[in-house]
Design a protein around this ligand. Sequence first.
Ligand SMILES: [Zn+2]
Length: 176
Amino acid sequence: MYEIEYNGEKIPYQIINSKIKNMYIHIKDGNVIVKVPNKLKEKYAIDFVNQKAKWIYKKVKEAENQKREKVTIEPQDIHRLETIVSQSVYEYSNKLGVNPNKVKLKDIKYAWGSCSSKKNISINLQLAKKDEMEIRYVVLHEMCHLKYMNHSESFWNLVEKYMPNYKIYRKRLKQG
Ligand SMILES: [Zn+2]
C-alpha cells in the first residue's frame, strides 16, 4: 500500500500494473486504485498521484459521505416507521384474525422482515426511508406468515387478497 497525504490526512492507495497505455486513477467505494502501464516507472506513478492529491481527497470524502448517508436514519423517520408498522399490524390483525407475539424494529441483514415460529415479527429499520405502501407490504407479508410459514401459493394468495397490487412494492424493495 502507498499513501498520499492531504489536508493532514493519509489516504492509502494501490498501484496495479496493467496492459494499458495511459495511467488512470479509479476510486471505488472510497478505495483508491491507480492503474499504471506496465512499462512506466513507479516513481512517475507516485508523482502523478501526488499531483492529484486534492482531487483524490475530494472524491474519497464524497464516497465516505454517501456511505454514511445510507446508514443514518433520522429519529423522525424511525417514528414514522413505528407509526406505520403499528397501524398496519393492527389493521391486518383484524383482517387476518391473527396476532403476532411481538413486533420489533431491528437492523436485519439481507431481509426486510422476518417472522419466527414463536410468532415474533421483526421489521428492518432501513424501511424507515421507504414509502408507506412498501412498509405496509412488508408488514402484511410477515403477518401472512403467521398463517403460512412458507411461500406457498396459499401464502401469496393471502397477501394478494389484502393487497392486490403487492407485486409493485415487492419489486421496488428488491431493487433496493
Ligand atoms: Zn416471507
